[in-house]
Design a protein around this ligand. Structure first.
Ligand code: ATP
Length: 334
């Protein structure tokens, strides 16, 4: 049986890493059918719209999208396309695994953790941002809801249970930001009580940053609010060797979008030297999501084996390989 997914080739290095990723997926034999849809600057040029309705319809129909990075033109009143997509489909869970790979420039070799970031509320609300007429005072509003906190913490515990993970750490700042962070922590405690099989830990965000750098192996699943999750998941990407290896999933009840965490990398776009691994690892998350965990594991193992052999590595990993050369080396190990 084939599964149709929406594929957005994106801007900058997007088309290069997507071609490489689709090459590997084809070799994997996962039975995927691709429905290509435009978004970003490419779509603006072709259709006069950064996010055409056909693209939204395609994602709504297929419920799963694999997306390359998109650029939002600076100025002109454009809001970030990534943020708009998350809002449009209510993709409340941003799931970012950080796993050690061989032969990276990382300081650690034993990291295997997942950050689950709340994606729709918290400090990233568009409304409630205000700068006074004299430019002297700026206000921003943070909103946390019981519903939003509950569904993200529950998502983290369910993820832990279904993937054999043992511990969930709720990261907060409830000692100082008693209202919003306090509500999140209270709800986290209530939800944790319903999962006696999973260890629950609470950690204040500043301490969590230090602990992540000093002893990252103590973490398993981290769940936190929008702003803290944004920062902590990048910190975790740095712990395992950088953006070229950092995938992310945006998951809602009716749709899910899988992507590389990095941007369009305009400095290397069109040169065929970008590392395709972040998007490939996002594709592995997608395979887990659509019920193909064996294929997801085969893909991850092929990436590990290729990196261990230092075969065709791209420049960011210290090699001289090309995007497609690296993808072919991975595909040959499936
Ligand atoms: P954007 O405006 O789209 O966010 P950016 O250049 O500000 O683009 P990134 O695209 O995340 O931010 O790139 C940051 C740095 O990391 C750049 O030097 C880029 O070349 C590098 N980089 C990002 N992704 C990759 C990749 N897949 N392979 C190799 N280098 C990468």
């Amino acid at each position: 049986m084939t599964q149709k997914i929406t594929v957005i080739r994106g801007d900058g290095i997007g088309p290069e890493i997507m071609d490489a990723t689709l090459h590997v997926l084809d070799q994997l034999g996962a039975g995927l059918e691709y429905e290509f849809a435009d978004a970003g600057v490419v779509a603006l040029e072709k259709h006069g719209d950064l996010m055409p309705k056909e693209t939204l319809d395609s994602i709504a129909r297929n419920k799963v999208a694999l997306k390359s990075p998109l650029s939002t033109p600076i100025g002109g009143g454009f809001t970030s396309i990534n943020v708009s997509l998350r809002r449009h489909f209510d993709l409340y869970a941003n799931v970012r695994p950080a796993i050690s790979f061989p032969n990276t420039r990382s300081r650690y070799e034993n990291i295997d953790l997942v950050t689950v970031r709340e994606n729709t509320e918290g400090a990233y609300l568009a409304e409630g941002q205000e700068v006074s007429a004299d430019g002297q005072t700026a206000i921003s509003c943070t909103r946390i809801t019981r519903k939003g906190s509950e569904r993200i913490v529950r998502y983290a515990f369910e993820l832990a249970r279904s993937t054999g993970r043992k511990k969930v750490t709720a990261v907060h700042k409830a000692n100082i930001i008693k209202s919003t962070s306090g509500l999140f922590l209270n709800v986290a405690r209530e939800v944790a009580a319903q999962y006696p099989d999973i260890e629950f830990q609470e950690m204040i965000v500043d301490n969590a940053c230090m602990q992540l750098v000093m002893r990252p192996e103590q973490f398993d699943v981290i769940v936190t609010t929008n702003l803290f999750g944004d920062i902590i998941s990048d910190l975790c990407a740095g712990l395992v060797g950088g953006l070229g290896l950092a995938p992310g999933a945006n998951i809602g009840e009716h749709a899910a979008i899988f992507e590389a965490v990095h941007g369009t990398a305009p400095d290397i776009a069109g040169k065929g030297v970008a590392n395709p691994c972040a998007l490939l690892l996002a594709a592995a998350q997608m395979l887990d999501h659509i019920g193909q965990p064996q294929n997801a594991e085969r893909l991850r193992k092929a990436i590990v084996a290729t990196m261990a052999a230092k075969d065709s590595l791209t420049g960011d990993l210290g090699g001289t390989g090309t995007t497609m050369g690296f993808a072919k080396a991975i595909a040959s190990r499936l």
